[in-house]
Write a protein of this length. Structure first.
Length: 153
């Protein structure tokens, strides 16, 4: 990985750090809007008044959130109307962005090395498990260093 790219990834991981705990958050089945509105003892009509929409409009918003079809702008408007802040982020399922890149590089390297090893075995030129592991590690390092676009194929 080039120094500039490495620095960008390190900075991104630092920015995402506060979000890592959110991986543990379970989204309520009815969605956040309905759940929070209900917890605040706010009616659909009251939220509708704040949004300048009807009670039925609020119901549609809550349904669209529960179905995963709500827009970020709608969520932002609802959050503002309820004196909340919309927090939005994309985080790796596990670890950091750097860990994600490492994992993808290792997976690609393993695929390449094992394919090559299979061909070599057919020609009775196979190598031992230790050498395979070392080759995978070296190739993964190179793939990560070069940040090949093929990492994401």
């Amino acid at each position: 990985m080039r120094n500039k790219q490495k620095l960008v990834i390190e900075q991104l991981d630092k920015k995402l750090q506060p979000y890592f705990e959110t991986r543990k958050v379970l989204i309520p089945e009815r969605g956040w809007v309905s759940t929070i509105r209900t917890a605040l003892n706010m009616t659909m009509a009251q939220l509708g008044d704040k949004l300048n929409i009807t009670r039925q409009g609020v119901k549609k918003i809550e349904e669209s959130e529960a179905n995963g079809r709500i827009t970020l702008n709608s969520l932002k408007d609802v959050a503002h109307a309820m004196d909340l802040k919309l927090v939005y982020g994309l985080v790796p399922k596990e670890g950091t962005i750097n860990d994600l890149i490492q994992s993808k590089a290792e997976k690609l390297a393993r695929k390449i090395v094992l394919r090559t090893h299979q061909n070599m075995k057919l020609e009775n030129q196979g190598i031992g498990d230790e050498k395979i592991a070392e080759t995978i590690k070296e190739l993964a390092y190179e793939i990560k260093r070069e940040m090949k676009k093929s990492l994401w194929d």
